[in-house]
Design a protein around this ligand. Structure first.
Ligand SMILES: NC(=O)c1ccc[n+]([C@@H]2O[C@H](COP(=O)([O-])OP(=O)(O)OC[C@H]3O[C@@H](n4cnc5c(N)ncnc54)[C@H](OP(=O)(O)O)[C@@H]3O)[C@@H](O)[C@H]2O)c1
Length: 206
């Protein structure tokens, strides 16, 4: 099986209600190439959650200022929910409504991930999120105490490109104790790939 096949199979095995990625990763793999350009340039401010529809599974993008352009309300067969801050322009939200895309507005100048998680649970019954990176959304979610488990697929390849985020990046400099992890399982997959699962140990945090 290819590394991509292993990745998809592992994600499916984790049985989350939704998968979620940061703006940079969504731009790289799923959104339209050109970013959204606002005509009004008026920040939407606080807004109610928009439920375009409910679905068996969801894809969630976290995009502070509403830059990502989308073809429609489905991503790889999952209904798309855009989480944005109050800085996202009014006409960005109008575009999402027109395309049948759901959204959650949370946080004044940056996305409040904790509040967004609560709203996703309340309005879409999403309780378990499969956080798929990149490193900055992973780091921010850890800082917000939203990560219960770390699931790593270690592929026998080295990618040391300069400027690429680490698995957890940009954590608060005030954090002076490393986040403790407890090993749950190690499984050897095909082609020398290892699937390692850890539980996040909450009482060891700073
Ligand atoms: N190996 C893997 O499995 C894997 C998986 C995913 C990604 N990747 C790689 O990771 C790299 C991208 O990672 P990245 O860390 O640069 O970007 P990222 O985590 O995908 O996205 C970060 C962006 O998310 C937005 N965001 C919204 N609210 C945020 C919050 N509260 N905290 C942090 N970010 C928030 C911000 O967008 P704004 O800048 O608009 O505010 C931020 O710049 C790519 O090279 C990708 O290929 C690897």
């Amino acid at each position: 099986m290819t590394a991509k096949g292993e990745y998809e199979e592992t994600g499916a095995a984790l049985k989350a209600d939704a998968w979620i990625c940061g703006r940079v990763t969504m731009q790289q793999h799923f959104a339209e190439p050109e970013p959204f350009t606002s005509v009004s340039n008026r920040p939407a401010g606080p807004q109610p959650v928009h439920v375009a529809r409910r679905a068996p599974s969801y894809a969630i993008s976290v995009d502070t200022s509403g830059k990502l352009r989308w073809q429609g309300g489905d991503l790889d067969g999952d209904h798309l929910i855009c989480v944005v801050s109050e800085q996202a322009p009014e006409d960005y939200l109008a575009m999402l409504r027109e395309k049948g895309i759901s959204y959650v507005v949370s946080g004044a100048s940056s996305v409040d991930l904790g509040q967004a998680a609560e709203l996703l649970s309340e309005h879409f019954a999403i309780r378990t999120l499969l956080l798929e990176g990149g490193g900055h959304i992973n780091g921010a979610s850890l800082d917000a105490d939203l990560v219960d488990e770390v699931s790593l697929l270690i592929v026998p390849e080295i990618d040391g490109r300069r400027g690429v985020a680490t698995v957890f990046d940009g954590l608060s400099p005030d954090r002076n104790v490393a986040v403790g992890l407890k090993l749950k399982s190690v499984q050897e997959r095909t082609s020398g790939t290892l699937w390692v699962r850890y539980e996040v140990v909450r009482n060891q945090r700073s």
